[in-house]
Design a protein around this ligand. Sequence first.
Ligand SMILES: Cc1cc2nc3c(=O)[nH]c(=O)nc-3n(C[C@H](O)[C@H](O)[C@H](O)COP(=O)(O)O)c2cc1C
Length: 347
Amino acid sequence: MSLKTDVESLPLEAPGMVASGIMGETGASMVRMLESGAGAVVTKSIGSEPRPGHANPCFTEVKGGFVNAMGLPNPGIDAFGAEMGEAVPHGKVVGSVFGASAGEFASLAAKMEDYGACAVELNLSCPHARGYGMEVGTDPKLVKGIVSEVKGSVSVPVWAKLTPNTHILGEIALAVQDGGGDAVVAINTLKAMVISPEFARPYLSNRFGGLSGPAIRAVGVRDVFDLYEAVSIPIVGVGGISDWRDAAQYIMAGARAFQVGSAVAKEGPEVFSKINRGLAEFMLDHGYDSISDMVGVAHDRLRENHRRDRRELRHQDLRVPDGCQGLPGTVHHGMGAGHAGDPHVPV
Ligand SMILES: Cc1cc2nc3c(=O)[nH]c(=O)nc-3n(C[C@H](O)[C@H](O)[C@H](O)COP(=O)(O)O)c2cc1C
């Protein structure tokens, strides 16, 4: 039994990675994360120039998670080279970048590759930075253009991180795939707001932010489940994972690997060894030899159940006694029931 997995051409010793924005800002914090049992760390999203981010308050705890509007604070790609230099010798570092155009994404990604990133993650999904993130990541044409330009400028795998704040997630993922993207990462935070009753106004300086943590897990699992049906490139699941059961849900929905954000902020890096232990025990108990064995099994199980239901339906049809056809209250689909296209059979 092994926890090793891969995201297309990128092998990982363990399926869990540190999500972007949590402990991925400095070389020292990334090293600490890499020593905790995480298979890789994703850096804070880095842009072309230094950015201070939004004014305080930009982060608050809510029931079931956090709402943040950090505003993509970062030191800029040139200064970030030193942090990468410190972290890369200790393990796999995925370089997350954000830009306003395909050209900007491509040049940032090329620098991340030069710094030793094992893959680049395009932030097409931040909900609270004007002109960036989900503002460019919800237009399939733009997304395809960005991904294909980045693919032309780097040789490491290119992942696209998607927003749940859209009704066309499948189309966007297809645009990533058509642009040559190597994987999709889902999900970033859900656009959200907290109002202070005492002050009778939004709590965050930016008014709205992004919800993360356990409250978004069921949304993320559903999105990964849908993406697995929509695209053939690998999926990395993220959103509300804090224990092995959460991780197993994402894997069974179709993710080959997963990322953890809020739970690292809340519980510390030990969360990875806890998840790894729990997953390993579960896999042993249930006869899964590898993560690959578990990827997408929720889809297989549904298909098996559906086939069984159809078989049972056909069997019942065969047992309908002669002479019952047409009697009031008798349901009989006939010998042809269960064939594709039969309107009586749920597909
Ligand atoms: C404080 C904070 C900062 C974040 N910064 C980034 C970021 O820079 N880039 C990015 O792609 N996602 C960022 N995220 C989103 C996370 O990577 C992740 O997609 C999201 O929080 C859902 O996962 P979780 O529920 O495990 O936290 C941030 C999240 C939080 C809470």
